[in-house]
Write a protein of this length. Structure first.
Length: 84
């Protein structure tokens, strides 16, 4: 039991720094997308339209900036780029 708890505590910081992945469904409505992105570690997203996609600029738990592109029809993440 101690080993399981130790492993969970070691992995906790890794899960906190996780980001959404290509193919994740986040939605197209701002409230829904914000909740899904923040739950995945993409903090305080700011949205704009770019090349026919929804671009969410956000920051991960370590302070790195990211651009997450969302398909406006399906609401799925189609691309993720570092914005550093």
């Amino acid at each position: 039991m101690k080993q399981l708890l130790s492993t969970a505590l070691i992995l906790l910081p890794l899960s906190a720094a996780a980001m959404p992945a290509v193919g994740d469904l986040v939605g197209t409505e701002p409230e829904q997308a914000t909740a899904a992105l923040e739950a995945a570690g993409c903090l305080a997203p700011d949205y704009e339209a770019e090349d026919g996609k929804i671009e969410a600029k956000c920051q991960d738990a370590e302070g790195h900036m990211w651009e997450v592109y969302i398909d406006p029809t399906s609401g799925t993440v189609s691309e993720i780029k570092s914005d550093d």
